[in-house]
Design a binder for this molecule. Structure first.
Ligand SMILES: Nc1ncnc2c1ncn2[C@@H]1O[C@H](COP(=O)(O)OP(=O)(O)O)[C@@H](O)[C@H]1O
Ligand SMILES: [Mg+2]
Length: 228
């Protein structure tokens, strides 16, 4: 199991953000976690990339266990996970190419290997012509595609996307979702948090519902009415 969360709870101060959550994600799955604002979606994703540890329960990701982490494990785990956020988080003073290349440059890849990988990802994302642009010159949907390319540059096994379409119009949203589905078809497990799961074609993902820190299966779309 690529992601194995067992009975994890997490509170910030007095308030529980997640309560007794269990989640299993196999390699290559596409899982959508929906739920209203404050439901705990971001907290759940943060536990997966171990930006936070559970107060109780165990989070195991790609063989790394939250209760058995040693120095150096976190950076090795993070290399196997790509993360995309609602607000893109691109470096404003770097070009598209440099934003996407950065994780490889930091890890010491050769210039030739970096160019090959970045050019191929930019082509896949339909962004080759934007290589030398700066983030502020791009539309929101393009910025998010740059962020996805950056998240994918080191061939992660897991891509986490936290409300990736939250700042985008319907056209750009459809583009991002189809990119995520392509990435998933390439074998990367995708876990996406969204308050609007109906943008994702039914049957293309496993849909879970989070509310008040509690996770439930939700293939019943009527449960989701009223969450927009
Ligand atoms: N770093 C934090 N400090 C304090 N409270 C937090 C923090 N992160 C999340 N919370 C609280 O935990 C709950 C779940 O938040 P979050 O995981 O961000 O939900 P969602 O992403 O579904 O909107 C909310 O009540 C939120 O206010
Ligand atoms: Mg959130």
């Amino acid at each position: 199991m690529l992601i194995d969360i067992r009975d994890a709870s997490k509170s910030y101060g007095r308030w529980p953000a997640l309560e007794h959550v269990s989640l299993h994600v196999a390699a290559g799955e596409f899982v959508v976690i929906s739920g209203p604002s404050g439901a705990g979606k971001t907290t759940l994703l943060r536990l997966i990339w171990m930006g936070d540890m559970p107060d109780s329960g165990v989070v195991q990701v790609a063989g790394y266990r939250s209760d058995m982490m040693k120095p150096g494990h976190l950076s090795r785990l993070r290399r196997r996970i790509g993360v995309v956020f609602q607000d893109f988080r691109l470096l404003p003073d770097r070009t598209v190419f440099d934003n996407v290349a950065l994780p490889l440059v930091v890890s010491g890849s050769s210039g030739r290997a970096v160019r090959k990988r970045v050019f191929s990802l930019l082509a896949m994302m339909g962004l080759s012509h934007r290589r030398d642009s700066f983030p502020h010159q791009l539309a929101g949907g393009e910025q998010q595609r740059v962020a996805i390319a950056r998240a994918m540059v080191a061939y992660p096994e897991i891509l986490l996307a936290d409300e990736p379409t939250g700042n985008l119009d319907p056209d750009a949203t459809a583009g991002i979702i189809s990119q995520l589905m392509d990435i998933n078809r390439g074998g990367t497990a995708v876990v996406m948090a969204t308050h609007d799961p109906r943008r994702i074609p039914p049957g293309s993902a496993r849909f879970l519902f989070l509310d008040g820190g509690r996770l439930t299966d939700s293939t019943d779309w009527s449960d989701l009415e009223g969450e927009r």
